[in-house]
Design a protein around this ligand. Sequence first.
Ligand SMILES: CC(C)(COP(=O)(O)OP(=O)(O)OC[C@H]1O[C@@H](n2cnc3c(N)ncnc32)[C@H](O)[C@@H]1OP(=O)(O)O)[C@@H](O)C(=O)NCCC(=O)NCCS
Length: 214
Amino acid sequence: MQLHRIEVSTASRCPTVANNGFRSFIQEIGRASLSQSNRYSTSLFMLIRSAISIGRALMKQMILVRSYCPDDLEKIAKILSEYPSPTGTIWTKKLVQEMMSDAVKEQPDGVFVAEIGGEIVGFAIVMYRAWLSIAYLDYIQVATKWSRKGAGHRLIERCISWARAKNARILYTETGRNNDTAIRFYKKHGFHITGYIPDYYQKGLEAVILVNKL
Ligand SMILES: CC(C)(COP(=O)(O)OP(=O)(O)OC[C@H]1O[C@@H](n2cnc3c(N)ncnc32)[C@H](O)[C@@H]1OP(=O)(O)O)[C@@H](O)C(=O)NCCC(=O)NCCS
């Protein structure tokens, strides 16, 4: 009876002890492999981050900003047609032609295009008002396929340095109040919201005025 009790208690204890030992052994391995895999994940994460920033730097180097020439017109018309105009304008070839030739007439050296591998991916129009010593960013647009690759950044940087070279005191622009992407983009490039113009594009569609003090 006693022996039986010992056997039972031994039997009941040993597996528990063995279980505990085995469990902690497994837990140790788990912990070790977890910390190992955490180390791997951290290294992998850092590797991916470096690859992304190298990729971004390479992409920025690949982007060329140059002056507009009439041969670029068709590609610009295509880029314009990708975004709905806030005024509801339909970008016909004739209208794009008029817009670009007006821009070149008003500011021959203020029309830029961004190129990646020979493809036109965006454009910008900037104007200098000599009588006020201010510059106005009339247009900046990047093809949807190439957005968030730094082309907008390169274009706006060119417009800012262009305006500085003209000795402009400020560079200002306007966009739809609901154009969050553009507003964030401008703020990232030193612009501040200074006001709003109600019904600017059409009734009920307000413009936000953004100013960069150069
Ligand atoms: C506003 C606009 C010109 C920006 O052009 P873009 O080429 O996309 O701009 P960038 O690539 O330089 O920067 C945009 C974002 O991409 C990020 N980015 C830049 N290079 C990147 C890259 N290689 N990979 C991933 N993201 C990148 C930037 O950090 C930025 O991020 P955020 O928006 O979170 O702040 C473009 O969105 C556009 O044409 N919009 C429609 C027209 C418009 O609204 N024009 C302005 C008002 S009229």
